[in-house]
Write a new protein. Sequence first.
Length: 320
Amino acid sequence: MLIRQVMLAAAILCVAAANANAQQYPAKAVRFVLPFPTGPGVLIGQMLSEGLRETFQQNVVSESRPGAGGSIAMETVARAAPDGYTLLIVSPILTHTPVTRPSLKLDSVRDFAPISLVATIPNLMAVHPSIPVKNVKEFIKEARVQPGRLTYGSSGHGGTFHLITELFSMQAKVKLSHVPYKSVTFAVVDLIRGDVDMVIGTKTSMAQFIGTGKLRIIAVLSNRRLADLPDVPSIVAQGMPEFVVENYYGVVAPSGTPAEIIERLHREIVRIGKMPEFQKTLAKADIDLVLSTPSEFAEFIRNDSAKWARVVREAKLKLE
C-alpha cells in the first residue's frame, strides 16, 4: 500500500513538473537540428529561427548535422529531452530513413511529436533530349521495349529519389536501371551529359537547365501544372494520380513533448508562415508554403511511412 502511494505521489510530481516547465517555456535557448548541410531545409530552419528568436526573446539556433541518410540528426532529436528545446527540421528522410536503415531502430511515428508541415517543393521528371518521348505515357512505352535498358540517376542508394523512382517503376510496370549519385544535383549534371536517361528531382535541382534544351521535363509530380511550366502536364493529368510525390519540410519534436509546448510552437510557426517576408523568400526559392495542424501532420507521417515501407518491401530493395 505504501509503495503504491509513493509511486502515485511520484507520478503526480512528474506531471506537475512537466506542467510547470510548459508554462515557463521557453526559459532557455531553442535548437533546430537540420539533417542537411545546404538547401531549402536550411533556409527554412534559418527563417524559423529568426522568427522565433524575436518572439521568444531567447537564442534560437539552427545546427546542421548531416550524414547517414539523415539518421544522425534524427537520432539526436529522438534521444533529446522532450521539453521543446531540441527540434528537428524534417524532409522525406523522416519517413524514408527508418525503412531503408531498419538497423537504426528509428520510428518516424513513435519517436517524434509532429508540430507542423511548413512547405513543399514540386518534383519533376526529366529525360535527356535524345530519348524520343514527350510525356510519361511515351516514356513507359519506350521503357517496355527493352526492360532495363533505360537508366535513371538518383540521390543515392536508398535515398529519396531512389525510392520515388522505384515507386514509379512499380506503378508503371517497367524495369529501369539505377545509377546512384551522392546527390540529385550530380544526377542532373550527368543527365545533361547524356550519361543517364532519366532523373526525378526537385524543380530547384533542375532550375538552371530548364528551357535550355539540355533536358526535357515530361511531368510535374503534382496534381496541378506549375505556372512557370505551363506546357508540362501534371502526373495526375497523365493518368497516374497515385504518383503525386512532393518534397516536404516540417518541424517535429521528441516524442513525449508536452501538448502545451507543441501548441505554442505550432502557433508561432503558423504566425511566421503568414509573414509577407517569409512567403516572399519561399516563393523566390520555388518553395510552396503548406501549413498544417499537428494532427494533420501526424496523419501525413503515418501514411507516408506506410507507403515507403510498402515500396521497399514490394520492390525487394536490399538497402543495408
